[in-house]
Design a protein around this ligand. Structure first.
Ligand SMILES: Cc1cc2nc3c(=O)[nH]c(=O)nc-3n(C[C@H](O)[C@H](O)[C@H](O)COP(=O)(O)O)c2cc1C
Length: 198
């Protein structure tokens, strides 16, 4: 059987560049697992980029956490995606998500939960992080994968006043893992569909 090469799109917003570093890590992980990757900054999305999202097999949503939810710019994009909802354009695509905020918790669960609801409204299939929580035992360290202990997506904590070079390496590795996992799940789904259609 020919290897399946999924197209994984990353639709994200980043106000000050921290979440963009996480988006790049998701892209790297997806590419390493064999995906064709399309990255779309949703605050400047063009018609051509909307078409790229429509054509993708998976869409990974990403946003900073602002006031306990995704940024205003991401919410504008989510509202505009209602045009896709009317036509079921994203139904049965794979979805996943990531967020960065300043505090360790920072109410990031609100953002990841919003992404899950957005995916569900579109009829997409959510892929979670698939990592046990790190940094939660006496043997654990802040360099553990999934050091912040989220299950539904990749979470990062970067000092609000730090440069983009202060994004934690464990959060970057966790985001790379998410990109790989989404790609592998999407490849299995595509192969299964092809097998059933044969
Ligand atoms: C309007 C606003 C609201 C914020 N709300 C939160 C919050 O709820 N929780 C948190 O931990 N950090 C919060 N922060 C800090 C940002 O999440 C943090 O600066 C993050 O690095 C921004 O990511 P970005 O550089 O991709 O924009 C907020 C920042 C702004 C500007």
């Amino acid at each position: 059987m020919t290897a399946v090469r999924p197209t994984v799109a990353i639709a994200y917003h980043s106000g000050y560049g921290h979440t963009a570093v996480i988006a790049e890590a998701v892209a790297r992980g997806a590419a390493a697992a064999g995906a064709e990757v399309v990255s779309v900054s949703v605050d400047t999305i063009t018609d051509e980029q909307w078409a790229q999202l429509d054509a993708a097999d998976a869409i990974v949503f990403g946003s900073p956490t602002y006031m306990g939810t995704a940024s205003g710019a991401f919410h504008v994009f989510a509202e505009a995606s209602s045009k896709r909802w009317f036509s079921d354009a994203w139904r049965d695509k794979v979805a996943a998500g990531f967020t960065n905020s300043a505090s360790k918790s920072g109410d990031k669960a609100g953002t990841l939960g919003f992404f899950q609801t957005l995916a569900a409204q579109h009829g997409m299939s959510w892929v979670n992080l698939g990592l046990k929580p790190g940094w939660n035992s006496s043997a654990g360290t802040e360099d553990d994968l999934n050091r912040l202990g989220f299950s539904s997506g990749a979470a990062a904590s970067t000092p609000a006043d730090g440069g983009t070079d202060t994004v934690h390496k464990a959060d970057i590795a966790t985001a790379e893992h998410l990109g790989e996992r989404v790609t592998r799940h999407t490849a299995v789904l595509l192969a299964g569909r092809a097998a059933l259609a044969a």
